[in-house]
Write a protein that binds this ligand. Structure first.
Ligand SMILES: NC(=O)c1ccc[n+]([C@@H]2O[C@H](COP(=O)([O-])OP(=O)(O)OC[C@H]3O[C@@H](n4cnc5c(N)ncnc54)[C@H](O)[C@@H]3O)[C@@H](O)[C@H]2O)c1
Length: 252
């Protein structure tokens, strides 16, 4: 199927690694012009291992810095898409517990930055453009100690619906919510904690986590005009996590 993304200008946040890197690379493959943003330096990033520097662009920028974003996009008059993917990952304890400061940091980074980017870039979006927010199955199958992360995803889900209404019919807005993904970080975690990895995979109906490329496939699909009638939706790709009452290993 032709996705019709040739020469489309699409902003991807968190492009240095994991899912963002895979989205960036899949857009390049489709002939689009991805504009990757990440707080990490390109040199030494996972993206630098697979991208030569041709066909797209990469900017080292903190997406919570609105002034820097305004400056970066001041000369850009049209865009075709935006993927809000960047995120501070991890549970509440990583940010010092559920303090007011931790709320500001995690919600600011994971939800407010996406809101600011949509407000800044939506007026530059061409007719037929598409925004994809990266959510999580954490909204459906919760986990202790992840209040801040999950609240931020809830805000993104709410934004998906309301911006789909606000920006229609010019721009579609959808969400892709993965379960566990074998990003570089998770591969390392699985290797260091094989018993835990086995337990996690036993709860995934397909017996493994999704790859970043599988998430990127769905994102590219939703960015494409072939899904022109889809807006305001949340596409869950959980690897079947939590769908079975019992573990998927044979019990007999
Ligand atoms: N990996 C998983 O298992 C999983 C599961 C469900 C959802 N997700 C979601 O997928 C998305 C990507 O996750 P990932 O696993 O690829 O994570 P990752 O940590 O590999 O990538 C996130 C990227 O965001 C960047 N980033 C964070 N804050 C930033 C900021 N202020 N400015 C610019 N860049 C910033 C980081 O530098 C990093 O490169 C996240 O939204 C995450 O919640 C991941």
């Amino acid at each position: 199927m032709e996705l019709g993304l040739e020469n489309k200008l699409i902003v991807v946040t968190g492009a240095a690694s994991g899912i963002g890197k895979a989205i960036f690379m899949s857009l390049l493959k489709e002939g689009a012009h991805p504009i990757g943003l990440d707080i990490k330096h390109y040199k030494g990033s996972y993206l630098s291992e697979v991208w030569s520097g041709d066909g797209g662009e990469y900017h080292q920028i903190d997406i919570t810095d609105n002034l820097a974003l305004e400056k970066l996009f001041s000369d850009v008059s049209h865009l075709n898409g935006l993927v809000n993917n960047a995120e501070l990952m991890g549970g509440d304890s990583r940010y010092g517990g559920r303090t007011p400061e931790a709320w500001d940091k995690v919600i600011g980074n994971n939800a407010k930055a996406a809101y600011n980017l949509i407000e800044l870039l939506a007026p530059k979006m061409n007719k037929g453009s598409s925004i994809v927010n990266i959510g999580s199955t954490a909204l459906d199958v919760g986990e202790k100690g992840t209040v801040l992360y999950t609240v931020a995803k809830g805000a993104l889900k709410a934004m998906t619906l309301v911006y789909a209404i606000q920006l229609a019919p010019n721009t579609r807005v959808n969400m892709v919510s993965p379960g566990n993904v074998s990003s570089e970080q998770n591969i390392k975690f699985y290797e260091e904690n094989p018993k835990m990895a086995e337990k996690i995979h036993s709860k995934e109906l397909i017996g493994r986590s999704a790859t970043p490329e599988e998430v990127a496939n769905i994102v590219a699909f939703l960015l494409s005009p072939v899904t022109g009638a889809v807006t305001g939706e949340n596409y869950v790709m959980s690897s079947g996590l939590g769908k079975s009452l019992f573990e998927t290993v044979e019990t007999e």
